[in-house]
Design a protein around this ligand. Structure first.
Ligand SMILES: Nc1ncnc2c1ncn2[C@@H]1O[C@H](COP(=O)(O)OP(=O)(O)OP(=O)(O)O)[C@@H](O)[C@H]1O
Ligand SMILES: [Mg+2]
Length: 261
């Protein structure tokens, strides 16, 4: 059963059509990849799902409910949590304080939950440190803890491998699977590291210039000529499509940590 469904979602910014009639489902309990070149509309899809942006057209359904009727502050309570491509943390606050922002309630219990979430992502030792100056990969993990403390049923990860080296990316792939299994949640994953996405996703959707050009199992998507043409490249090891800022599958991504390609 689909936990999340987008139907003919269009979102324009002036003359740019960031999402152009996009429809896809995310099945409950699955890890679903959302891939495509820079500017394809992946982050915009996350912003629509989390109600930061309202689509010009189309429907978004989550757990059988029309999500477009939900206010932005009601999204976490409905069970959707996310991390951000560029990391959105309060830099002068500690890791713990940042994670507490994601908790539903305040007080001793939520502090305990926030500490547990930090421990779960391996950051207990730095819980009370200000996040300013921490490496980008660590900041991404603080955000992951903040998302998890909300106890979501749907976790949206926007380029979680940013700032990680080759081994760390492989470890992250195992960890995302473990999170899905431990917490019985559904994951929608945006990432340019093709080995990561193809290695852990049950299903992959591909966007290009706001349009969905393919969807299927990782093997189906990898073999799809339109995807190879737009994004993966002919030797099946490179992803990027748009040239500058493109990623090399299986390699650390040569992109600015702030996502500016
Ligand atoms: N708030 C906004 N205002 C104007 N244009 C926007 C806005 N958000 C996104 N866009 C435009 O919409 C298009 C899709 O952007 P989006 O950030 O969704 O791409 P993406 O697939 O996440 O790319 P990347 O892989 O580089 O992160 C781009 O042309 C982008 O410039
Ligand atoms: Mg993006």
């Amino acid at each position: 059963m689909a936990l999340l469904s987008l139907r003919n979602v269009t979102r324009r910014f002036g003359g740019i059509v960031a999402l152009d009639g996009v429809s896809f489902d995310v099945g409950e309990g699955q890890i679903v990849g959302l891939i495509g070149p820079n500017g394809a509309g992946k982050t915009t899809a996350f912003n629509v799902i989390t109600r930061l942006y309202t689509p010009n057209e189309g429907e978004v359904e989550f757990a059988g409910e029309n999500l477009l009727k939900a206010p932005v502050h009601g999204i976490v309570r409905r069970g959707i949590a996310r991390t951000f491509q560029n990391v959105e943390l309060f830099r002068t606050m500690s890791a713990l304080e940042n994670v507490l922002v994601g908790a539903h309630t305040r007080g001793r219990d939520s502090e305990q939950q926030a500490l547990e979430a930090l421990d779960y992502v391996g950051l207990a030792p730095i819980a009370r440190r200000a996040v300013a100056g921490l490496p980008f990969g660590t900041l991404k993990r603080v955000e992951l803890a903040r998302a998890l403390v909300a106890q979501p049923t749907l976790l949206l990860l926007d380029e979680p491998a940013g700032g990680l080296n080759h081994e760390e990316v492989a470890e992250l792939g195992r960890f995302i699977r473990q999170i899905r299994d431990d917490r019985k949640l559904t994951v929608l994953l945006v990432e340019h590291h093709m080995n990561l996405v193809m290695g852990i996703s049950d299903h992959v959707h591909v966007l290009n210039f706001g349009r969905q050009i393919a969807g299927g199992t990782p093997a189906e998507v990898r073999a799809n000529p339109a995807v190879i043409e737009a994004y993966l490249g002919t030797d099946d090891t490179h992803a990027g499509g748009n040239g500058a800022g493109s990623a090399h599958a299986g390699e650390p991504v040569a992109r600015d940590p702030d996502g500016a390609a």
